[in-house]
Write a protein of this length. Sequence first.
Length: 543
Amino acid sequence: MPPTPPSGSPQPGYGLPQQPGPYASGPYGQPQQPGPYGQQPGYGYPQPQFPGAPGTPPPGQPGSRNPFKGKPVMVIGAAVAALLVIGGTVYAVSGDDGKDDKKPVARQTDDPKPDKSSGGAPVNPGDGSGDGGEDTQDLNEGRKAGESKVLWYKEAPDAPGSGADAPGMWVTDTTAVKAAYKQLLAFDVGDGKPAWDTIEFPQKICAVTQDKTADDKIVVAHMSGSSDRAKCNQLQLVDLNTGEKGWTQEVAEGALFDSVLSIEMSLTGDTLMVGRSQSGTAYDVTSGKKLFDAKKYGDTSCFPAAFAGGARLLQVASCGAGGDSEHDELRELDPRTGKVKWTRKFDKGWRIERAYSVDPVVVYSTNTDKKTWNISAYTATGEMRSQVTVDEDFAPGCGWAILARDLQGCENVVVDRNTLYLPTDAKTGANEIVAISLDNGKERWRVKSPVEEAMQPLKTEGGNLIAYVEPSYDAGGRIVAVPVAGGDHKPTVLMQNPQGVADIERGFFSRSIDWADGRFYISTTRLNGNDDSKEKLMLAYGK
C-alpha cells in the first residue's frame, strides 16, 4: 500500500500545489495544475503531442512538441524522492514546419559523368537500384570552398500512387543499406555503387529491426499478401555486408485480439523480439529458433503492449484495461529466457509512451487526464534514479504512434551513461540542446544552435555530442561536435553541407539521418509515389 499522502499545502521552496506522480510506490491524490487543451485526433480524447503520441509529426520534423508545457512542480513524500510532474498548455501540431516542402525540380547537366576528385556529379543516381539513369544531376555544381560534397545519391524506386514506407537505414564499415517498399538496396559507402544485388520481397516491407546485430545483420518483415487481411508475419534475416539471406520464419497469430496485422521488432544481443498487439515472441537471431513467448500475466490481466531492445530488453505491459486497477508496468526481461528481472508499477492514468534509452533505462510517460508528463531514469535493478526537473518545451522528434506505442521511435534523443540530451522547440530561430543529469534530473548545461536553425543531437563519440543543424534556404545542414565535459560547450563544425543541395536536404518530410566515419547520410522513410517527381531515396555527403 502506498504511504498516506501528505497534505495539499505548498511545499517549502516551490509554492505550488503538489502533483501526483506516475508510480504506485509514491504518494498520490493531490490536486492537479489546470491545463485544458484542444481535442486531438486519435483515441477520441485529448492526446499528448510530446513526445510521439497521435498527432506528432514523423521523425526529423521540428514540430514535435511538449503538450504539457508549464512550471515544474515537486511532490515530496515520506517514502520517495521528489517527483516531477509538469502541467500546462498543449500546442496543436500539424507537422508543417513552415517551410516549402515541394520537391526541387532537377536540372539536367550537360555531363552526367561523375568526377569525384573535382567534386563533380555524384555516381549512379538511378532509381535506387544503383544502375544509373538518364537524368543524372550534378549536385556538386557551384560547390563553395569548405563545403562537403555529395559523394553519391539514389533516386527512389517506384511506389504505389498512395505512397509506401521506406523504413530503416543501416551503415556498416563498407555498406549503406536502405529499405524501400518491397526492396532492400545496398550501396558502397564510398562511391555509391551497388554493394550487392537488390533483394526483392514478394510483398511490401512492413517492419524492420532499426538496429543491426554485432555481425551486421538485420531482420526484415514483409506482408503475407496484398489483401486487407494480409499479415505482417514473414521474417527474413539479411547480412548487410553481403546481401546473403539467412533463415526465414512465420510469426504465429496470437489469441483473440492479439494479431500480427502489424508487428514491432527489436534486437538485444542475439535475441530478436517480435511484438504483436498483446504478446511477443523471442527468437535466436542466429538460427531463427523460438526462445520464449511473452504472454499475459497477473491477476489484473497484464498483457505485453510494447518492447524496447538494445543492451537490455524492456517490456511495457498494460494491466486491468477499463477497470479500477488499470495501469502500466515497466519490466526488464532476460533476453534468452524471458525471465522477469524487475517490475516497476505505474499508477492508474499514466501511460508509458517512449523508452528514450534502455541502458541506462530512461522512459517518458504521460497522464492525459492530468495534463502532465514525466521523464524518469532507473538503476540497473529498476529502482528510481532520478526524474527530470527541467522546465522546457522539448522536441524529441518522435514518429507516429497511433495503435502501437513504438517505444524507440524518437530520433532526436541521445542518452549516455550519465546524461540525457534533449533539443528544445524554439518555434522559430535557433533552439538549444539541454544536457540533463541522470543522477538528479537537473540541467548540467545547454548549448545554442550556431545559426537560426534547429539543432538536434545524433550520438556521443570521442568525448563529444555530435549534433545535426538543419539546413536553411541559403545554407546546407551541418554536423557539429559539442564537448560534453568542462565548461566550454561551443559547437565545432565537422562538416558543412553545400548550399546548392540545401533544398533537397531540407525537402525530406520524413527521414533517417546518420553520421559515420566522417560521412553524413540522409534518406527518406516515406515514398510519395509521385511518378512526376524525381524523388530522392538517399544521399551521402563527405569531404
